[in-house]
Design a protein around this ligand. Sequence first.
Ligand code: ZN
Length: 251
Amino acid sequence: MSELKSYTISEFEKYVDDLRVSRDISLIQVHHTYSPSYKQFTGNNHITLQSNMRSYHIKTNGWSDIAQHFTIFPDGVVVTGRSLEMIPAGIKGANSGAICIECLGNFDRGGDKMRDLQKCAIAAVIRILADKFGINPETGIVYHSWWTSDGKKIGDYNATKSSKTCPGTNFFGGNSRSAFEKNLLPLITQYNNKKDSTQPLKSVESINDIIWELCNACIITDSNLWMKKCKEDNNTYWLCRKMANYLRGTL
Ligand SMILES: [Zn+2]
């Protein structure tokens, strides 16, 4: 079994860049762990939690290894799991050709409120992997809830037919295909994978773009708070704008 290693997003980008995978990959599965959730995350027990999940999947579920290839933690850190050379144990009927990503937390309604750092990391990880394996984000990203428990594809969440609510009824506004297209897909397509950009970047001025840039670089954690600050105080806006353009290389 492969060693469990943790990466920041910029380290993850480099790690994926250097990867050589012989298995054909055409699909990215998105899940939430449900348990463990935010309650079990202490801020520095990434590897312990991942290792506990591995033990549970092997000893209790009888699988050969941890189900997922990657787990994304509330602080935006990514931890590796099963080798990418192996098919995951993620969605019955959709495992061959897939990468399985787990987002640590319970994102059903009434569960954990996802931190901005984790939101950014989820969009980033998906984009980095999609670029690496030539996957179109519009067609190649799937939620567990779009399948039945006997492995039939529904293509959307259906409360009576879906095997699970996973990745959660409140995951980026919901676990339906339309919630994905409205809330997560734009973050994935906007993610600025700098090394792959062929067009010169434009400087950012709008508060939304500025905050997105700072969030993307994991400099701020509460985007709503900083949007409010930028709207209320011109000096804060000016500083954030400088920072955002510095990060983009457009200052
Ligand atoms: Zn799932």
